[in-house]
Design a protein around this ligand. Sequence first.
Ligand SMILES: C[S@@+](CC[C@H](N)C(=O)[O-])C[C@H]1O[C@@H](n2cnc3c(N)ncnc32)[C@H](O)[C@@H]1O
Length: 332
Amino acid sequence: MRAYPRIRFMGSKYRLAPRLAELFATLPPGAAIDAFSGSGVVAYTLKAGGREVLANDHLTFTSTLAEALVANEGERLSAEDVERICSPSRDGRDFIARTFDGLYFPREDHAFLDAAWSHVDELDGAKRALALSALCLAAAQKQPRGVFTVTTPRYDDGRRQLRMSLEQLFREAVARCNAAVIPGAARARCGDVFDLDEPAAIAYLDPPYAPPRDDTCYVKRYHFLEGLATYWRGQEIMWETRTRKLVKRPTPFGSKRTAPLALDRLFDHFRSAESLVVSYGSNAALPADELEALLRRHRRTVTRHEIAHRYAFGTHRTAERRVATEYVFVGR
Ligand SMILES: C[S@@+](CC[C@H](N)C(=O)[O-])C[C@H]1O[C@@H](n2cnc3c(N)ncnc32)[C@H](O)[C@@H]1O
């Protein structure tokens, strides 16, 4: 699991992965679904544990990470691939330079991304997914806190990555992505959880946690990565926003008004799975006891595991909420 490239992703279970691996190992053998795969680290953990796995997420960039790092059984980017991607543009495209000038990165970084994409367009399959994943990892590393809600580097946390070019960061990210590729049966899918229609012994469910205030919107924080994974094709930019955000992707799990019903529907949706493994945070609006009661309506036995967890994601304003109890419920 330690080979998995770390990305600062809201709700990532990177630190929890060893505990989850122990827990998965106690469950009967069989295929697993990671229905909200995010960074992909849990799907990777399941794969590393010898299970066949399907990683699903409704965002393109997260599904691309899963395609490159989970579903991929053996493709790697060669030194020649990397040189080609880092060479001058094939066609002079400049969408990123024009759209984001003065925003997230210096001009030369935007030019690098445009030129890199002109070569990525020549790739397909796992190589394309690897290249896009490495571009996303590089862009996330150079953005303070890894989120794209701020356009000016208001603070500099002293990380060396903030002073490196995106090209250098990309080259490093390729090495980490290549090193993570392991053999094993796995697939990645981009789509809504309720459209998943596959049998599995284990369904691992880690939906967004609706917070007490506001909502949990991944597109608001990671719109640049979602755009970068697609070269903004098929994406709707809200041109009136200073940060060039993308239109939100609605999800019923993100707001406290709709989350209880959505969770109930979710547990029903995976009723044929032998085991449901549900991650849940103590900082969610719906208390863990209520989540557990909901799960008990669908499962004969439910066990609760509590793990003190420090979130990888947090702002200064919410720093006190960074340490939270992470619950893992296992319903059989
Ligand atoms: C808490 S994160 C998962 C984190 C992941 N387990 C990890 O370790 O990185 C929740 C994920 O659910 C995805 N998501 C939200 N609503 C969804 C839906 N309706 N269908 C599929 N994925 C969804 C988000 O894009 C996000 O990646």
